[in-house]
Design a protein around this ligand. Structure first.
Ligand SMILES: [Zn+2]
Length: 107
């Protein structure tokens, strides 16, 4: 049985962690008490909100590996490469439509 945990920013501008007033599975005693909670668990990614073993600071947000590298486990975020490919497909489709219209006989 696990006590309730809250996602808490461990210091202003710092990463989010699961915190609880009681010890819980995988928790460690935290150096400070935050909102009377002093047991810290896993880190929480600010983008996907999933817990993970560690987060890293990217563009002012603390992100899990998957989000920081653009390989999100959830959601529809695309990598820059995927976005480029999608844009190229759109352009091709638009050109194909344009060509088809040009081929229409003018009455
Ligand atoms: Zn994430």
């Amino acid at each position: 049985m696990n006590p309730e945990t809250k996602n808490v920013r461990t210091w202003p501008g710092g990463p989010m962690r699961q915190m609880s007033a009681e010890r819980f599975s995988g928790s460690i005693p935290f150096a400070r008490e935050i909102d009377s909670m002093s047991n810290a668990g896993r880190y929480v990614c600010e983008t996907c909100r999933l817990t993970c073993g560690g987060v890293l600071l990217k563009d002012g947000c603390w992100l899990c590996d998957a989000c920081a590298t653009g390989k999100a486990r959830k959601g529809r975020q695309m990598t820059p490469e995927q976005r480029l490919a999608a844009g190229a497909r759109l352009t091709l489709a638009r050109q194909a439509r344009q060509t088809a219209q040009d081929d229409q006989p003018t009455a």
